[in-house]
Design a protein around this ligand. Structure first.
Ligand code: PLP
Length: 391
């Protein structure tokens, strides 16, 4: 039995309350082993980008393989520091706040600034605390099409310092403060996009690569995807490592938990509009898988088929007309009460959901390697209410 039929059988028969997320411990470990092999081959260090996946019950497992966490700000830095204690904690934020910076310094060992102005404002305090200081650069090399909101190299991007800004605002003292450089420009991409990006990084910033100790190549590397070219990734890491004497960091989010989670839902009703059959589920894409609407994309549905006469639009129970997952085909007719399983739901889901429309937050379960399905966290009315007013 392959993993997909195995997990389907388990989830279709499990005594679980829908809608719920189920995180697949076995798949998570498989991903980690792939990432660890890249670390072992190249000496690079791989961090979990927590904004994609921050289900900390799994941090002990992740820390068997990864070098630490990457945070987008104070809360994630604290979480990484608390739950992956002996590991590295890096932070990048487009702009830090004065009233949080001191506390942030108590969590993060590596602090990456977005601009020379921020470096000037906070760099000395970070150094005084013995922290490593980095600057995010913008190599101005777009390698993705179609998803403008995921392109930090678009002409209007605020993310990273361009070479022009560097020349205008950096001085000798600021440059001397830098321990490392950071870029993050990829999204769900293969290593050929990294190769192209590195050419731009070298063309624009090579004099500075020689002066720092580390280079963080960000996330967006889809390392655990079947068709990912790991050999090329390793060659690129080794080249940068050797040419400039750099410690290389990667901080993937997606690749850590790719295909390592499910969203289980139940059909509440089936309605018709003209020729269309529409199944109303107990999950809402707008609330529980916001990337389906935002990106947008059509998530995999386990057990669905490419084409058949049993075609349905799957949609949420909210009052948002566009709260639709997409159109799917099945081998047989759908019925009210059927359980459906969306795949690849560990990333950008649990950490991005919301209670719009008063929708309950789905329970989070763990599909244990040993076979059982264990509840990790459940939510109720109070989780909806108390983010809106006094307690
Ligand atoms: C989003 C982000 C990541 C992780 O990206 P994935 O696409 O999930 O791999 C890493 N670093 C930074 C700075 C990010 O903003």
């Amino acid at each position: 039995m392959n993993n997909e039929t195995d997990i389907m059988t388990r989830l279709l028969t499990a005594d679980i309350r829908t809608p719920c997320y189920v995180i697949d411990e076995k798949k998570l470990r498989e991903n980690c082993k792939v990432l660890k092999s890249v670390q072992d081959r190249t000496g690079c260090r791989i961090l979990l980008a927590q904004k994609a996946f921050s289900n900390y019950d799994f941090y002990p497992l992740l820390s068997e393989y990864l070098s630490g966490t990457e945070a987008s700000g104070l809360y994630e830095a604290r979480l990484g520091c608390e739950m992956m204690k002996d590991k590295e904690c890096h932070v990048f934020c487009a702009a830090y706040r004065e009233d949080e910076f001191e506390e942030l310094l108590s969590y993060a060992g590596h602090i990456v600034f977005n601009s020379p102005t921020q470096l000037k404002k906070f760099g000395a305090a970070a150094k005084a605390h013995g922290r490593q200081v980095g600057l995010r650069i913008n190599p101005e090399c777009s390698t993705q099409e179609g998803h403008e909101i995921y392109d930090p190299c678009s002409p209007t991007s605020r993310l990273g310092t361009t070479r022009e800004q560097w020349d205008e605002l950096m001085d000798g003292g600021l440059t001397d403060m830098l321990d490392g450089l950071h870029f993050h420009t990829l999204c769900e991409q293969n290593s050929d996009a990294l190769e192209k990006t590195l050419e731009a990084v070298e063309e624009k910033f090579s004099p500075y690569l020689k002066r720092v100790k580390w280079l963080n190549m960000g996330g967006g590397h889809h390392i655990t995807r079947d068709d990912y070219d790991i050999d090329l990734l390793c060659r690129l890491i080794e080249k940068m490592r050797d040419k400039y004497s750099l410690q290389i960091y990667l901080e993937p989010g997606e690749a850590v938990a790719l295909n390592a989670g499910y969203l289980v839902t139940e059909v509440l009703d089936i309605v018709k509009n003209g020729k269309n059959r529409i199944a109303i589920l107990d999950m809402s894409p707008a609330c529980h898988t916001p990337d389906v609407i935002e990106m947008p994309y059509r998530p995999p549905l386990l057990g669905s088929v490419e084409k058949s006469q049993h075609q349905y639009i799957l949609a949420g129970p909210t009052c948002l007309a566009g709260d639709v997952v997409g159109e799917y085909c099945f081998e047989r007719e759908l019925n009210i009460g059927d359980r459906l399983i969306f795949g690849d739901m560990a990333i950008y889901s649990t950490c991005k959901n919301n209670t719009f429309n008063g929708m309950p937050l789905p329970t989070i379960y763990k599909a244990c390697e040993s076979g059982g399905i264990l509840p990790l966290a459940a939510f109720g009315y109070e989780d909806f209410k108390y983010r809106l007013g006094t307690k």
